[in-house]
Design a protein around this ligand. Structure first.
Ligand code: HEC
Length: 127
């Protein structure tokens, strides 16, 4: 019985990362210079604002994956703790399936421009 429940739930976040994301983002999230940006300094600042959270879900690698909204929520929660040089401030909200659903269906028109904008506002608010 327990085995069936585990199967229905699919893979753990780490396994989902390895199967769906690691090919581009590499094992520790540091990416490939000039092609795939490092996640290691962006996941935490982006997770702290609603537009940043929206981007983390809507970026094509996340939103167009084969994973369910629940799996994406668990994956992002794992990634922001396990692939980040910055630690998550206490009290940071975890992603829920409902939050992923609310952002996922909307297409992100220009990921690179959105990222650049978020980075500039994240830097300003830190100073
Ligand atoms: C085909 C390569 C590729 C795959 C596979 C991929 N990504 Fe990405 N990812 C990118 C690129 C390139 C970017 C930069 C934004 C853009 O141009 O889409 C990015 C950006 C991101 C970002 C935003 C972080 C930042 O600093 O901008 C997140 C979060 C992310 N990906 C999550 C995932 C997740 C989760 C998966 C697996 C379910 C995944 N990606 C699979 C290439 C990929």
């Amino acid at each position: 019985m327990i085995l069936m429940i585990n199967c229905a739930h699919g893979y753990e976040p780490r396994a989902n990362y390895m199967l769906n994301c690691m090919g581009c983002h590499v094992e520790d999230g540091s990416g490939a210079s000039g092609k795939v940006p490092s996640l290691r300094n962006t996941l935490v600042p982006f997770a702290l604002s609603p537009p940043g959270r929206r981007y983390l879900v809507q970026v094509p690698g996340t939103s167009q994956s084969m994973l369910s909204d629940t799996e994406i929520a668990e994956l992002l929660n794992w990634m922001m703790r396990s692939l980040s040089d910055l630690s998550l401030p206490p009290g940071t909200k975890d992603f829920t399936a409902a939050e992923v659903t609310s952002y996922r269906s909307e297409r992100l028109k220009d990921p690179a421009a959105t990222r650049a904008h978020l980075l500039s506002t994240a830097l300003t608010t830190q100073q």
